[in-house]
Design a protein around this ligand. Sequence first.
Ligand SMILES: *Cc1c(COP(=O)(O)O)cnc(C)c1O
Length: 477
Amino acid sequence: MAESNTKEKVSPERQKQLLRAIPKVDEFLAWVGSVPEVPKILIKNAVRETLAEQRQAILAGGVLNADNLTKEALLPKFRKRLDRKLAPNFQSLINATGVVVHTNLGRSLLPQAAMDWIVQVGSRYSNLEFDLKTGRRGSRYSLVEDLLCELTGAEAALVVNNNAAAVLLVLETLAAGREVIVSRGQLVEIGGSFRIPDVMAKSGAKLVEVGATNRTHLRDYEAAINEQTAMLLKVHASNFRIIGFTKEVSTEDMVKLGSRYGLSVMEDLGSGCFVDLSKYGLTGEPTVGEVIKAGIDVVTFSGDKMLGGPQAGIILGKKEIVDRVKKNPMNRALRIDKFTLAGLEAILRLYFDEETALSSIPTLAMLTAPYETVEKRAKKLLRRIKKGLASHCDVRLVPAESRVGGGALPEQSLASCAVALAPSDRSLNSLEKALRTANPPVIGRLEDDRMLLDIRTVADDEVPLLAQVLLGVFEAA
Ligand SMILES: *Cc1c(COP(=O)(O)O)cnc(C)c1O
């Protein structure tokens, strides 16, 4: 290929010559003809873009040889562009990062029961907003409200698009134009530009920070209360921990203080777990039921973090408060769609039996899988690839630490097992890229000069496919 990035000066005359050598769009199109099953518009656009790219390259002094501008020479570039247009943008991939609730990789995986229900509801008319008892207009929220209340002990429930929307909506309803007291240690940024102070500002509520970064006492909240105060807010510190000399006020104590002054108390729980996972080594995450029991007025959390359901923002609490939130017109703009409701209903029904929830909700199953289960799966993968990769790569099983992710339990890790790859025929970065751009893409993590594939987040039925990708990447298939 005679393209070059050297700053060799091309004369304007030569440039003109090269530009003239580029085939015309119509000429190239006619020469390519039709491609079976491919829409004409995509072919046309791929041709246009391929030729425009050459023009730009020439003007930038890049193409030095007219032989590279023939139709035959440009055909592979055109094909590559066309293939990219035809490939789906949304792709499923293999998560070998060991981060269970990985926001960038789609957070929670839905169990088959939920997917079946989504398909059913999505392809038929339904009682989404139609009360079959009365024959009148119904409320979409009623489809999950009773389930949420039964599972958590809350008086009332509402679901919206996501937890960020839930926080915004509750603040706007209860505190617009008034003050909300929050501990300095809880003014978190979740990522993806969700920052408590910014959301607060958008809601029209005025943030009053109290305490110090590491320590906030009940008396700090109390000292900040005045006639402008609407609410006390507790935010789950999600993705970080302040360790050492620290103090946070418990939900119970905040509730007591709130009721003494007639103020609502809200908790943004972030992840929101229904099951106590402390017997699986995951301690420190209060369950939603515990927060309700502590007497909180309103609590919000995500549907797709530790709950393991679809993206949603769940709002639970006292009936009088949730009813006010339901009436907020902003609710309409943040409303949940019918697919999400279907998925959520299916997930919630699985929670009535804890064992069923733990075994059938993928997020919970992955979080609670014992080391031995992960190791067994890792050994299966190792058996499939060891021979094929032997001359390219050191392959071995190593202990690894998986993470919950989704901003939950940031300081805790889960003992896991990873397949570690140390290639001898290429750099780690090129291996990372090859896996990331494979079909399906495989995302692992680089650690201690190895590529780690943490098997906790790889499903049993993905093992043969993962092996195939690895063998393919090393051309050892
Ligand atoms: C994740 C998180 C949010 C945002 O929830 P989304 O469902 O992603 O909108 C808000 N608050 C806390 C504390 C969180 O951890």
